[in-house]
Design a protein around this ligand. Sequence first.
Ligand code: MLT
Ligand code: MN
Ligand code: ZN
Length: 303
Amino acid sequence: MRVRVLGSAAGGGLPQWNCACEVCTAARSGAFEDQPGDASGQGGGTGHRTQDCLAISGDGTAWYLVNASPDIRTQILATPELTPGPARRQSPLRGALLTSAELDHTLGLASLREATDFTVYARATVLRALPVRGVIDPYGGVRWAAIECPTIALDGGLTVETVPLGHKRPRYAATAPDAADWVVAYRFTDRRTGGVLVYAPCLAAWTPLLAGAVAGADCVLLDGSFFTDDEMVEQTGAGPTALAMGHLPIRDSLAHRPAHPSTRWLYTHLNNTNPALVESSPQRKLLRHANADLAADGLTLTL
Ligand code: MLT
Ligand code: MN
Ligand code: ZN
């Protein structure tokens, strides 16, 4: 399977448009050099990170998005594998799978309304809540498929297992019914190579279900929103803790890293408060010491 990290930042991106914190200011000034950029050199070396999104393919021909970030148009244009053709309105993108109903994971669907043949897969809990669904339905090109089985097959040789992760609802859906699958992870298996990727950009706790999914994976992309639980409070003087926001801090999930020595261990959905974003920080060093790292926009994985 081929995987492209289209975006690696949490909601707001890096830098966030209205934020003058140290990390956003450094990113704005181009002080970071650790972003590899994509094959065409775009996105590299600036410190800018777009919002969490992934593209994945079993055969390099049929591609799927995982989540649809508000940055999706720029992300697609920066990814040579997603170039349309040869027919006039033919895209390699067959669909998208959603890990949550959060705005940073779903607003990009509005930018995909020109699609002619595109399926959005998500749990019924998420599909029912999405305001963008009613907005783009009249444009006609997007189909909605509720994921009901634990495992589904995608075009191009990928099998996807859905791992329910938690009850965290978007703020706009605060009155919607409680459910255990507002947030999910996906475990992708390439039926030809046997390669396995686990994608869990929003992760409230290290549950037995998640532990089972991570076991035997070649690579995991995990929630890296915050490095520590009190990061937001420390930096802004207010605000909820990471755990209260449904995000397990890196320091906690990293404790599980030694049990999976042969798994590549990367963090994504990075919030602009996360000190590990700074290449020279002790937190980034600690990550690397644990044989883990941050994902980057444009990163390619072959599994
Ligand atoms: C989250 O990951 O906690 C949400 O996406 C927050 C947001 O609304 O940006
Ligand atoms: Mn988010
Ligand atoms: Zn900031």
